[in-house]
Design a binder for this molecule. Sequence first.
Ligand code: ADP
Ligand code: MG
Length: 493
Amino acid sequence: MATMQEPILLDRPDAPLVGGYEVIIGFETHSQLSTQSKIFSRASTAFGAEPNTQACAVDLALPGTLPVMNRGAVERAIAFGLAVGSHIAEKSIFARKNYFYPDLPKGYQISQFEIPVVQGGNVEFFMGERKMSVRLVRAHLEEDAGKSLHEDFIGQSGIDLNRAGTPLLEIVTEPDMRSSLEAVAYAKELHKIVTWIGICDGNMQEGSFRCDANVSVRRPGGKLGTRREIKNLNSFKFMQQAIDYEVRWQIEQIEDGHKIQQATVLFNPDTGETRAMRTKEDAADYRYFPDPDLPPLCIAREWVEKVRGEMAELPRAMAARFEKDYALSEYDATQLTQSLALSAYFEAVSKACGQPKLASNWITGELARRLNAQDLSIEQSPIQPQTLAALVSRISDATISNNAARQVMDALWEGSSNSVEAIIEAKGLKQMNDSGALEKIVDTVMAANAKNVAEFRAGNEKALNALVGQIMKASRGLANPQQVNDLLRAKLA
Ligand code: ADP
Ligand code: MG
């Protein structure tokens, strides 16, 4: 591809080492754009049709046919560039990438080479509390190829050209990732962005979002290692396994005195191993040249602004708004903007209870924990926003303690009732806020623990904790700890 010069590596003294080696990873991701029709023809892009029912004369490369650019595909590329802070080229060029393969009847793939439509940009995400940023080199438009189908039962192979001409946006990073975990976190964030802005359905099983991981290893500060490229990773789990295996393999080779050959490799999920498919070809092997059938792609600034105007609020902008309007930390705001559905859930809860910070804590804490444990998305949450809002309100007005709220949440989760009030009532979880009843308990406990009382009066602060503990126990956990403290201190003064 176009970037022939050595990449400028980020200095990452914090990078985790594997057996004394630094791992360097760069990604190329093919994101299938969600247009109804193909990038240069009017054939449908729908997945799963009978072979060759969705390939028209252009896709079959019949003589005399000419490609016509799909506006929708360009608009999606623009939207992506805007989402990650890239430069949208005013003029970009389509090029022919020449190679022979049975699923490529033209003998070349139309792609972009020297001047891609989307240039630069950054993908930002959190790993735990740590903010990461991966630089993008470019994103370019191209067409997908067909598929070879191997019909083992008749011992024949066939070609299905339904996928030929499907629009792709290939998104290329700088080699900024330093571990398989960082790579997966990047891929998840990218997946979130393309689905959030609606340019890709993100279906990884169907191949709508497939990643190639370029992996090399080196001694920290040493010369950049030779990379091998793991092709077509279509699950986050395989991505991590494949990179981990590849890293171990490369280190073993180097330790054994072998040189790494630049190569394209495939991951086999059954064996958990990567295996070389072909030694790597260079850009020169593809004899790229501008496609004479397509004029340069010219994008007027007004078009960019029109796309910008039609885009929904982006995750980063929404997170910034959450920080400002709801006084949330950057970390919480980022957590809550992991998906459109989650952000909508948060805003609904927050609006209904008027307690954004508390709502955020309960959503990213207790609710997220329960959803994760059962592998559910927020859309599948058995607890509706209004119900969570009612629970948060009862916490904030001190009707129930955090501990009691967790019990209410358990009951809501199990679905025995949808009413927070009814559950609090039925389980007797109301915090004892009536100071009269509480005072009685305090007096009883003080009388029964004269030793602790004397110790506290003699200056031993710890003795107070013992008394608070006794009182909480006597109230079956329903006393408000702050109130107990205040009452005790007043009486002991
Ligand atoms: P191609 O694979 O199409 O020839 P590039 O040379 O542009 O394209 O590189 C593709 C990807 O490989 C980019 O994401 C780049 O950051 C990454 N990359 C380049 N060199 C290395 C390296 N030594 N180790 C790991 N990744 C690398
Ligand atoms: Mg590549």
